[in-house]
Design a protein around this ligand. Structure first.
Ligand SMILES: *Cc1c(COP(=O)(O)O)cnc(C)c1O
Length: 335
């Protein structure tokens, strides 16, 4: 059966590296959204917890519920207010109109828009919004922002960082003593590793870097590899074609094998054109099926993804997308 192999040592190594950068495990918020970027949230969560991580961020209440017994602090990034918020969770407040729509006493982290213009309140509205939060008796526990270009080579990172400094000062000034209970966080994976040192008052909020990918740090170790198993084999004679549409035609006699993985498992569908090379150097032959692909016989087991960057390059996308699409139904094995 096709499966995902998760390398525990690699994951622990990456968490250690993040912790050494921010000088603490408690100040790491591990982003576990979308099934931990396709890796398998339930499989990696206990490893993170054992390392001292006790704060994660997820997409919605459904993901939070899955992990509620493992972590004490769970921040939900994309919540739609429902007046039925759970007091165990923390909710990102992405729009000031939500203040009236969230149940009183709910714990929130205020998202401030420091120039990305995706979510959050304008940083000119802080005073007004802090008042509204107080009036509606929401529990403000954190203030956060997100970078639009932490991996871009322009100056936007520095502009937003400066804006957030202003936000932090303003919040501290308005709330005084009360602000001591509030945490601040802004840095995602690339931002963390591109910064020389994070301000002492900041947590970090990292996703992809946990799994071994960051342009600004090449020492990380890849946590995931994807494997498929042989279902059948045959010998093709010259001019015999293979698979849907006969997209591959054998030139010479060739021993081929079909493996139990396809686009139904979350891979991008390979159309049989250009050369899609597997980690062992062999090409996929013909079009990929929903649950099968074929290539030259490489034995009972074959690695399909070792480094998501390779497949991302081929499909002209980013490593995030290759990983996150991997089906939650694939078996996960932690080694
Ligand atoms: C996904 C996400 C992150 C993590 O980003 P990485 O680049 O994977 O570290 C952090 N914050 C927010 C708001 C996100 O949506």
């Amino acid at each position: 059966m096709a499966y995902i192999k998760l390398d525990r040592k690699a994951y622990e190594f990456n968490l250690d590296l993040i912790a050494s950068k921010i000088r603490s495990y408690e100040k790491i918020i591990c982003v576990f959204k979308d099934n931990a970027y396709g890796h398998g949230a339930k499989d990696l969560a206990p490893i993170a917890r054992a390392k001292g991580i006790n704060f994660i961020a997820v997409k919605n209440e459904c993901e939070a519920t899955q992990l509620q017994d493992i972590f004490d602090n769970i921040l939900i990034l994309s919540h739609i207010p429902n007046f039925n918020e759970n007091d165990k969770f923390i909710y990102a407040l992405n729009d000031k109109r939500d203040i009236k729509k969230i149940k009183t006493n709910t714990k929130i982290h205020l998202v401030v828009d420091t120039n990305m213009h995706r979510n959050g309140i304008s940083f000119y509205e802080i005073e007004e919004v802090l008042n509204q939060i107080k009036n509606h008796q929401l529990k403000l526990c954190g203030v956060m922002m997100h970078f639009a270009g932490s991996d871009e080579f322009d100056g936007s990172y520095y502009v937003q960082k400066q804006n957030f400094k202003f936000v932090k000062e303003k919040v501290k000034k308005i709330l005084g003593e009360e602000s001591k209970k509030i945490i601040f966080h802004s840095h995602n994976s690339e931002a963390l590793f591109r910064s020389s040192k994070l301000d002492d008052d900041e947590y970090c909020r990292v996703g992809l870097v946990q799994f071994g990918y960051a342009y600004f740090n090449q020492n990380l170790r890849k946590v995931l590899s994807l494997w498929a198993n042989k279902i059948s084999q045959r010998t093709l004679q010259p001019y015999q074609s293979l698979g849907y549409g006969g997209a591959y035609v054998a030139k010479n006699t060739i021993n081929i094998a079909t493996y139990d993985l396809g686009y139904g498992d979350g891979l991008f569908r390979y159309n049989g054109k250009k050369d899609l090379i597997l980690p062992n150097g062999k090409k996929i032959l013909g079009k990929m099926s929903m649950d099968n692909f074929s290539c030259e016989d490489c034995g009972d087991e074959i690695c399909v993804i070792k480094d998501a960057n390779e497949m991302a390059r081929f499909f002209n996308t980013i490593n995030y997308e290759i990983l996150v699409k991997l089906s939650p139904f694939l078996e996960r094995i932690v080694v």
